[in-house]
Design a protein around this ligand. Structure first.
Ligand code: 13P
Length: 253
């Protein structure tokens, strides 16, 4: 699959089972498979079965959890494990999204434990890293990404590292309408790849960019060869808008 672009939709706390079914009823006829790309969806956990049923038979489209607990099962009221998400139809899971870190107090260590449980369950992890505005203004961008990745990847075998897909999501770009420039993102993506390789991972890890990606800027962003795809929030909620985004003409990787 390396070399294929990834267009990932993070629906956050939007689109329940009915909304998800309506979305796929509109999206699937508007988007035929393309050999050079995959489309990933992260619906709310309650919509995973509806999403998985809708995309059944489309090998180019996958669905996953937005978050998981690090234990397989147990007395953890309100939580969903990677195993349970898989049973509900997930083949992917987001981990370490900045909203988990900022709004729900998720630490680097918690993200690391979640990452291990996702790998153990046989799902593909999409690990998110990125700095806040204050951290960028204090020239801490690389240090922050280094710390987040260092804790998450510590001790993982090369075979596990090879399964980890990364997303660079600068917090100041999320939901603000102010995306990183292709050059700004490209520079951090290069650094992320270097860090991944230094941990014993693949020489060219897959790295997506997220933060205010829209139909209007997706082509310019993906013209930067350091970007292997995009992770999109707001602009992924409308089937027509998302169909336009995933059909963007992009130079093959
Ligand atoms: P927006 O595309 O709404 O800025 O959200 C980005 C994001 O957080 C995706 O995970």
């Amino acid at each position: 699959v390396t070399g294929r672009l990834i267009f990932a939709a993070n629906w956050k706390m939007h689109l329940g089972p009915d909304g998800a079914r309506r979305f796929f009823d509109a999206f699937l006829p508007a988007y035929a498979p393309r050999a050079d790309r995959e489309v990933w969806f992260f619906p709310p956990a309650v919509s995973l079965p509806a999403a998985a049923a809708a995309i059944h038979g489309r090998a180019d489209i996958r669905a996953g959890a937005q978050d998981v607990h690090w234990e397989r099962s147990g007395a953890f009221t309100g939580e969903v494990s990677a195993e349970l998400a898989r049973e509900a139809g997930a083949t992917l899971a987001l981990v370490g999204h900045s909203e988990r870190r900022q709004v729900f107090g998720e630490t680097d260590d918690m993200a690391a434990r979640k990452l291990r449980s996702i790998l153990a369950a046989g799902l593909t992890p999409l690990l998110c890293v990125g700095e806040t505005l204050a951290e960028r203004q204090n020239s801490q961008t690389i240090a922050v990404v280094q710390r987040q990745l260092g804790v998450a990847l510590a001790g993982l075998e090369p075979s596990a590292l090879g399964r980890v897909v990364l997303a660079y999501e600068p917090v100041w770009a999320i939901g603000t309408g102010h995306n990183a420039t292709p050059a700004e993102a490209g520079q951090v993506h290069r650094e992320i790849r270097t860090l991944m390789a230094a941990h014993g991972g693949p020489g060219r890890a897959r790295v997506l960019y997220g933060g205010s990606v829209r139909r209007a800027n997706v082509r310019e962003l993906l013209a930067e060869p350091e970007l292997d795809g995009v992770l999109v929030g707001g602009a992924s909620l409308d089937a027509a808008e998302w169909a336009a985004i995933v059909q963007s003409s992009v130079t093959p990787r």
